[in-house]
Write a new protein. Structure first.
Length: 278
């Protein structure tokens, strides 16, 4: 199945507050690569050539300079400034807003993922191929929760409920997740979680109609929260709303790939060691 009209959409608009800097460009590879450089190479290896990066306008120069240094000339790159789409505020409006900001550039399947997460060498390939093969529904990788947790600190994850057919039957954005001894707990909603439960790490294959609906959802969301400086329009929640509306099915592909990601600056040593060993 051809992926020639698929775009790799990299969400790089976060502030990196817990990291304390621009973690999207943090050097983790042996030649100074950032995580997004490995993702772009994986996309190219399966025929995805078009790259759309959604970033803040204040890192545009650094981003372009970095990509020119690590990729061949003629990289098919477009940069979207998330902070130029919709009302301005200090905190980005969220991952759903990021994809909506790029919607006018996307005319085929979109392989959407985080700049600071690496989904394993087969992650991009599996989602890209599945999304190109069935352009009526979404695709996501489902990672076992335990493999996505840092040794210390708390994170948020989209905890998934699957139907017998492997389709997503519900997704709950869960916050304050971390290890408490040998147990995984969460603060919101409060409880104990199964370490093997599949979670979304924000790698999606989206059909065109899902991206178009995101634009309308963003407008509805902002209409409800026009002055709120903290609330976020999150991609997993928006896609789950489409599921509840009956307009989108999402196939969850289980994976045993090692997820590698940066949340805190303390993660850098382990992430660099993981890429050095590849």
């Amino acid at each position: 199945m051809s992926v020639s009209d698929t775009a790799l959409v990299i969400m790089a608009g976060g502030l990196g507050t817990r990291f304390g800097g621009v973690k999207q460009l943090a050097e983790v590879g042996p030649a100074g690569e950032a995580i997004l450089d490995f993702t772009i190479r994986d996309a190219h290896s399966v025929g995805v050539e078009r790259i759309v990066v959604i970033a803040r306008s204040d890192i545009d120069d650094d981003l372009r300079r970095h990509l020119r240094r690590h990729h061949r000339s003629g990289l098919n790159l477009e940069v979207v400034h998330q902070d130029a789409f919709g009302p301005a505020r200090a905190r980005p409006w969220g991952t759903g807003h990021a994809v909506a900001a790029a919607a006018t550039l996307l005319d085929g399947p979109a392989l959407v993922l985080n700049a600071d997460d690496y989904y394993g060498p087969t992650g991009v390939q599996r989602v890209a191929v599945a999304a190109a093969a069935d352009r009526t529904r979404a695709v996501m990788l489902g990672f076992p929760l335990a493999g996505t947790l840092p040794a210390s600190g708390l994170v948020s994850r989209g905890v998934c409920r699957l139907g017998a057919d492997g389709l997503l039957d519900g997704l709950l954005e869960t916050h304050g997740i971390g290890w408490s001894g040998a147990t995984v707990t969460a603060s919101d909603p409060q409880g104990v979680l199964d370490p093997a439960v599949p979670v979304s790490m924000n790698i999606w294959g989206l059909p065109r109609h899902a991206v178009e609906r995101l634009v309308g959802q963003w407008e509805e969301f902002h209409g409800r929260h026009p002055e709120d400086q903290m609330v976020e329009f999150l991609l997993p929640e928006a896609l789950d709303q489409q599921r509840r509306e009956g307009s989108l099915e999402t196939l969850v592909l289980p994976t045993d790939e090692e997820w590698i990601g940066i949340t805190n600056r303390e993660d850098l040593e382990a992430v660099r060691a993981a890429f050095a060993a590849r």
